[in-house]
Ligand binder design. Structure first.
Ligand code: GDP
Ligand code: MG
Length: 288
């Protein structure tokens, strides 16, 4: 089986770019995917951002199981990291984020004001692996008009602050993190989420991995989507045979590569339902 590879050189560059911006940033918005909050988090971020406050933003919450997402929020809070879950395209997130950062930075804001400093907007930078929703969140928070006015000619520096509200500004360029994984299971989860370029992983291996997870944890959703029967998921049926059954149901004859791709894309887009692929409860199992 071909392994999914990553390249530490890219990672080092991404982290260097993020650390260069740190002096101007009040808080880092660390975006992770609600379906895989653990595997889409990059452990190097904490080291790179130093003592800078961080808010974990669990994106695509609309695609994940809400109960499991709540367990993740509790899990991260227990580990000292404030976390909120949202749909990056959703209403009210501007207000929700602004009040959350004000709460996290309350002491800093009060200290500045007690020194007689003028009230100013909090500055945040979004970081996260590809496809986690950085651009979507940024566009939604700053809106088109603001983004274009800030982008006026004559401003030559590569980076600009875009205004979200009177109290919050965002760096125009999000920090793209190279996905990092400790094992091939995490690599496959990242592939399903869209964080790894689709040309860089073997579709069939990733689809078989997804199928194994779904038949174990969410058999009903799998059966509904692909019109399967109980006997198709019988313990005696291998994952490969199940993939072949689904391939035929999709009308792809024996082209299981094409079916694999479709299964991955459908799962990624939420066509099977709100499915979390990781839960804090399975963390110990999946790390083995
Ligand atoms: N359902 C859902 N889709 C999202 C959300 N955030 C982003 N997306 C979609 O995910 C894809 C990648 O988003 P993008 O902002 O380009 O990710 P980036 O690579 O981190 O900048 C796009 O198709 C978005 O429409 C979300 O909260 N919910
Ligand atoms: Mg982007």
């Amino acid at each position: 089986m071909a392994d999914i590879q990553w390249f530490p050189g890219h990672m080092a560059k991404a982290l260097r770019l993020i650390s260069e911006k740190m002096p101007q940033v009040d808080i880092v918005f660390e975006l992770v995917d609600a379906r895989i909050p653990y595997s889409s988090q990059n452990p190097e971020v904490a080291a790179t951002t130093g003592n800078k406050p961080r808010l974990l933003i669990i994106t695509k919450a609309d695609l994940a199981d809400p109960n499991i997402t709540q367990q993740w929020i509790d899990y991260f809070k227990q580990h000292g990291l404030p976390a909120i879950a949202l749909d990056s395209r959703g209403n009210k997130i501007k207000h929700q984020l602004t009040t959350t950062v004000q709460r996290i930075l309350k002491d800093k804001i009060e200290a500045e004001q007690s020194k007689g400093m003028k009230k100013r907007a909090i500055r945040a930078m979004c970081v996260g692996v590809p496809n986690v929703g950085k651009s979507t969140l940024l566009n939604h928070l700053v809106g088109k008009n603001v983004a274009t006015t800030a982008n006026r000619p004559g401003v030559t520096t590569g980076q600009q602050w875009l205004r979200s509200s009177a109290d919050l500004e965002l760096l125009d360029t999000p920090g793209v993190l190279w996905p990092k994984f400790a094992n091939q299971d995490q690599a496959k989860l990242l592939a399903i989420s869209g964080a790894i370029k689709d040309s860089l992983y073997p579709k069939d291996d990733v689809a078989l991995y997804a199928l194994r997870y779904l038949r174990q944890h969410r058999p009903q959703e799998l059966m509904n989507r692909y019109h399967l029967q109980d006997r198709d998921l019988d313990d005696a049926v291998s994952d490969a045979d199940l993939l072949l059954t689904i391939t035929r149901k999709m009308g792809f004859r024996d082209d299981y590569d094409r079916a694999s791709e479709r299964l991955i894309f459908e799962l990624r887009r939420g066509k099977l339902g709100r499915i979390s692929l990781e839960s804090p409860r399975y963390l110990n199992e999946s790390q083995d």
